[in-house]
Design a protein around this ligand. Structure first.
Ligand code: HEM
Length: 420
């Protein structure tokens, strides 16, 4: 049995593990939600921690808020390049049969900057303003179809549906086929052991199917006038229109995964957090104007991406520890977001915090999340629309969590709605 999996006396067992043996890369720790206890120890005893042996090889864990900021804002020393391993603790391109996708989140300047610039207008404030009424209308439709007073799965019926429809709107994707986006997002992040795909080969085939589908949309749009959707923008921008096929597919995947999994899990994570903190739920119920502050707090609390990884381009020092050129450096946002030295009462979910955007969930520096305002917009709309209709979204059973050390996900969560 995995010796770091926790049972009821998890805290005592975790406290007794020698610090040098702690390996926070194990997906099971995220699935059984004991990971926080490991991070508490690392922050207190060894905030810049070296793990010599793990299923992803040796790696440094950066667990404190300020150290994470220092790495994330220093892209000259800490690289995101795919060919060095990329942005996740599991090396990109390492699995046999995996598709070698290229995306700007896994590039350094100058190429990163050019490609990011090409798609940024899709999420500019003026475009978000145009999107808001469409998202609100579609969100209302999703909520109006839900059963009141009986159990159903919140993840499937609401969280997935809402994020998928926003993404379809962003891509101007054929409406009836929009669940394809959900599937491709799941497949893109899936390893065979998750059960979502059977093998890396099967994954590769599905992603090629996705690319072919988008290629058709691309071919249509390149022959039309430029429009405000992401495909049209990529097809017409000088920085992206001549992209090699795998780079095109990679950047699409980045937008699909970036905009799907993360927001989906914030929607579910928010419902769970409010149920675990009934006083906060009562505050929200009596004052819905708090939604604007609650949304970033939900994103901090959930931390939908647990980490980003970098590779050191030269010898460096963090927190007095010697990082060597070529070392894998993992910034654990989930841990930084619970760091008491940077965030007051960091271990509590508080919907009316003074400075709720002071968190690491979107990263920092040149790769800071491109869709952060869109994500907040979606969450604000859904909570405003929920509040209009339901006095409570009650969680009625144990949520199931994703087996992943990167996406902090909730895969199933039974709920019951109470009408207002
Ligand atoms: C990058 C988180 C929603 C698109 C990132 C990064 C994080 C992140 C941690 C990397 C930051 C870094 O390396 O410093 C999140 C979270 C979201 C969310 C927590 C929701 C709550 C979205 C949405 C989109 C999106 C809705 C859709 C457009 C991107 C893109 C990048 C990115 C394109 C790459 C930026 C770059 O490399 O320059 N996101 N994201 N994200 N995100 Fe998001």
């Amino acid at each position: 049995m995995d010796s770091q999996i926790a049972e009821p006396d998890a805290a005592a067992r975790i406290a007794s593990i020698p610090i040098e043996e702690i390996d926070v890369a194990r997906p099971s720790l995220f699935q059984n939600d004991t990971i926080g206890l490991f991070f508490d120890r690392l922050r207190a005893e060894d905030p810049v921690h070296y793990c010599r042996e793990s299923h992803v090889g040796p790696y440094w864990s950066i667990t404190k808020f300020d150290d994470i900021m220092a790495v994330d804002t220093n892209h000259k020393v800490f690289s995101s390049e795919a060919k060095l391993g990329g942005i996740a603790i599991q090396d990109m391109h390492s699995a046999e049969g995996a598709l070698e996708l290229e995306m700007f989140i896994a590039m350094d300047p100058p190429k990163h900057d050019q490609q990011r610039k090409a798609v940024t207008p899709a999420v500019a404030p003026s475009n978000l303003q145009l999107l808001e009424p469409v998202i609100r209308e579609r969100a209302g439709e999703i909520l109006d179809e839900l059963p009141v007073g009986e159990d159903f799965d919140w993840v499937d019926r609401v969280a997935v549906e809402l994020t998928t429809m926003t993404l379809a709107t962003l891509f101007d994707f054929p409406w009836k086929e929009r669940r394809k986006l959900t599937r491709w997002s799941d497949v893109a992040t899936a390893a065979p052991e998750t059960g979502i795909v059977e093998s890396y080969e099967a994954r590769r085939e599905e992603l090629i199917g996705c690319a072919m589908y988008f290629k058709t949309l691309w071919d249509e749009r390149i022959n039309e006038e430029p429009k405000n959707d992401l495909i049209s923008m990529m097809a017409h921008s000088p920085a992206t229109r001549d992209m090699p096929f795998l780079e095109f597919l990679g950047n699409l995947m980045l937008l699909i995964v970036g905009g799907n999994d993360t927001t989906r899990n914030s929607i579910s994570g928010g419902v769970l957090a409010l149920n675990q903190n009934p006083d906060e739920y009562a505050k929200l119920d009596s004052d819905p104007s708090l939604i604007g502050k609650m949304v970033p707090e939900i994103i901090r609390w959930q931390t939908p991406l647990t980490h980003m990884r970098r590779t050191a381009l030269e010898d460096w020092e963090i927190g007095g520890k010697p990082i060597r050129k070529g070392d894998k450096v993992v910034m654990w946002y989930l841990s930084g977001n619970r760091d008491e030295s940077a965030i007051e009462r960091a271990d509590q979910f508080i919907i009316d915090r003074k400075n709720p955007r002071h968190h690491l969930s979107f990263g920092y520096g040149i790769h800071r999340c491109m869709g952060n305002r869109l994500a907040e917009l979606q969450l604000r709309i859904i909570w405003e629309e929920i509040h209009k209709r339901f006095s409570r979204v009650e969680v009625t059973g144990e949520p199931e969590r994703l087996y992943s050390n990167l996406v902090r996900g909730i895969t199933r969560m039974p709920v019951r709605l109470h009408a207002r």
